[in-house]
Write a protein that binds this ligand. Structure first.
Ligand code: SF4
Ligand code: SF4
Length: 162
């Protein structure tokens, strides 16, 4: 193929794709929708009345194959409970440096309070900032999911003790 033919062939290829719809998007200004089952950053859901759904059972910690979750439970004050259960998650940490987003913790949670959201932009500058504390997980609600209080009946500590 001589030079002119090669240039013509190259130009033809250019013209062929010039008016095609681009396959890329202008990220981060445009974001493609994630798959419905995409697993991203964790959130701890709350009931509509503000009570935490987490009852501090630690099953998510046990189920995690990467040892990315740390839960410490504490007894609820019956007069000022954090959750409808006997206990609540006093300390709750998710180490995003260890997490492989497998979803086992979500599967293990008996109250469905632990949810992996569609949020995927998790990069940060320090290792400490990638260990999420409870305050960063509870009530953040990036998924906008609300759980009506009647899904799980409130635990009546006084009635049980009576
Ligand atoms: S998604 Fe998997 S690796 Fe990440 S915290 Fe949950 S169980 Fe552990
Ligand atoms: S998030 Fe779910 S599994 Fe983990 S401690 Fe709370 S209630 Fe238990």
């Amino acid at each position: 193929m001589n030079g002119v033919a090669a240039i013509a062939k190259g130009m033809a290829t250019t013209l062929k794709v010039l008016f095609r719809k681009p396959v890329t998007v202008d990220y981060p200004y445009v974001k493609r929708p994630r798959a419905p089952r995409f697993r991203g950053r964790h959130e701890l859901r709350t009931y509509e009345n503000g009570l935490e759904m987490c009852v501090g059972c630690e099953l998510c910690q046990v189920a995690c194959p990467a040892a990315a979750i740390t839960v410490q439970a504490a007894e609820n004050d019956p007069d000022n409970p954090h959750s409808p259960g006997e206990r609540y998650g006093y300390k709750y940490q998710v180490d995003l440096l260890r997490c492989i987003f497998c979803g086992m913790c979500e599967e293990a949670c008996p109250t469905d309070c632990l949810h992996l959201t569609q949020e995927f932009e998790l990069a940060d500058f320090t290792r400490e900032s990638l260990i999420l504390q409870k305050e960063q997980l509870v009530n953040r609600n990036p998924s906008g999911f609300k759980v009506p209080m009647n899904v799980y009946p409130p635990f009546r500590r006084k009635a049980v003790n009576a």
